[in-house]
Design a binder for this molecule. Structure first.
Ligand code: ATP
Length: 236
């Protein structure tokens, strides 16, 4: 199959506690750069490498769903928010699975569903990739998917050890290579930086800040998500 007909599916996994404009803008920019056929936000049910989230899985899923509907619907595109070249949707499969949410198990499931030819991309920020060698069965990822790493401000990658070796042996030379094979490469994407983190948002809300008192919240979090947080009194 040639690269034109291969198809490209990207999985953007995260805790999304809550989803914010850093995630949304990264997805928009990534679409523009990689011309994806599909991008799926994939909220994690039981994160393995971090403290228990500030709200439950159903609430995190609800916020991601609201954000994707408002930012990526046809009407959002028609309003000029973004030229939508891809299908953006929420994949809630990890919510349906008991036990810890291991990304490799998700990738195995998706790979079975989409077949061997489709280029499958696991997306993560530099902060996540820096600790990737601690992930369950991390050595199995590249047999099934590519990894695209979004550079994040203030995040640094190890210059020696397993991650440095992985970069050395598996880096793609251009993003076009991601479409020439269905898995096996690591690609670093330098998007416009979006210095936003869910941690800072949770802290702002816990400190009693509101959109009215603190512009940053309104800039960093989609309005539908802020409304949901307010309505459910999250992160107080
Ligand atoms: P927290 O502050 O709670 O750790 P977070 O803001 O990093 O949360 P996550 O849900 O943990 O959000 O992130 C999901 C994925 O998105 C991770 O791979 C992370 O590196 C990436 N990511 C998060 N924020 C940004 C951002 N502002 N720009 C680019 N990538 C981001």
């Amino acid at each position: 199959m040639n690269s034109k007909s291969r198809g490209t599916v990207a999985l953007f996994g995260g805790t999304f506690d809550p989803v914010h404009n850093g995630h949304i803008q990264s997805a928009i920019e990534l679409n523009k750069r990689l011309l994806l056929d599909e991008l799926r936000f994939l909220p994690c049910h039981r994160p393995v490498h971090r403290a228990k989230p500030g709200c439950n899985s159903e609430q995190r899923l609800a916020m991601v769903t609201l954000a994707v509907e408002s930012e990526f619907s046809d009407s959002a595109s028609a309003n000029g928010k973004d030229a939508q070249v891809t299908t953006v949707r929420v994949d809630d499969r990890e919510m349906q699975r008991d036990g810890k949410s291991y990304s490799i198990e998700t990738i195995e499931e998706v790979r079975k569903e989409i077949g061997d030819e489709v280029s499958l991309i696991w997306v993560m920020g530099t902060d996540s990739f820096a600790g990737f060698d601690q992930w369950y069965r991390w050595q199995d990822f590249l047999a099934l998917a590519h990894i695209v790493v979004i550079k994040r401000p203030d995040s640094f990658l190890p210059t020696e050890g397993a991650i440095a070796e992985l970069i050395e042996t598996s880096s793609a030379k251009s993003c076009d290579e991601l479409k020439q094979c269905s898995a096996g490469l690591v690609w670093f994407e330098s998007l416009k930086p979006f210095p936003i983190s869910a941690t800072a948002i949770r802290h702002d809300i816990a400190a009693g800040k509101t959109v009215a008192s603190h512009n940053r919240l309104g800039e960093h979090v989609p309005a539908v998500v802020l409304n949901y947080i307010e309505e459910h009194q999250l992160y107080r």
